[in-house]
Design a protein around this ligand. Sequence first.
Ligand code: XIL
Length: 311
Amino acid sequence: AFVLAAVLSASSVHGALDAKIKAKGKKSRISILNTEFGAVTPENAMKWDATEPNRGQFNFGNADSVANWASSRGKFLRGHTLVWHSQLPGWVSNINDKNTLTQVITNHINTVAGRFKGKVYAWDVVNEILEDNGNFRNSVFYRVLGEDFVDLAFRTARAADPNAKLYLNDYNLDYNGPKINNTVALINRLKARGTPIDGVGTQAHLIVGNLAPFDETLKLLASTGLDVAITELDIRIAKPVDSAKLAQQQKDYATVTTSCLTTPQCVGITIWGVSDRNSWVDGTFPNYDAPLLWDDNFNKKSAYTGTDNAL
Ligand code: XIL
């Protein structure tokens, strides 16, 4: 089934909505999520620093909020993410022996994936494990365990939640030759070893007017035989934003949506946020703006129309 999804931050679940927007009677982030999307991904609540800040000490307050919101609204929930070099507590990155790290990864995945067993339709088991040049990122996981950490993560996740679809997720799979080629090669090695992997996610943090042949990259990912998902879509605009760039953004969202719909293995698109008011782009790419489907005042943009018409 094709599912349009959006990221959900725990703060919106807790009702920390902009009072002025609510008072004006405009749609809020949470009500838009409820009416327009079929699935959610927690933006930060299931990451390692949020769930296991100290060894063996687990916190699920925010993660539970998002999961409960999803189940009470009948939304699919995408788990994000089990093994990632970023938002990783220092006590993990400082481990330098194989036995300890193996135990730590196993316990983390058992506990986190175990808690949401049966509630998560797909997990991003590993996230951003290759560099743009196609080599493995020099994370603690790769430094200490080599490529085996990937197999360990998938095998442990499968045992912890046998019905969840297990994904490898990464960015710059839309632009970069060596990175996408080595991702496909890695997936083929995992499959040849019998490692349980079901899907490949392309984050798709894109730039308006700069879409490489998106269709081809999806087909290349689909050549692995796995499910393919667009997991963190946003299409940011180089400042200053003007009407021509917004019109191009409308086209670009339509292009991505059509690419997924015409790739049989593409199961869905998750958009990394709802309103331009609350996007990670503001902090991470200060020269860019307005990446999402709703504007700062929660009004639908032409990007929404582009997506909607393509669906
Ligand atoms: C981002 C969140 O949106 C921010 O709130 C946080 O400060 C940093 O992480 N790739 C990913 C996501 O896999 O988890 C990142 O999310 C964006 C890039």
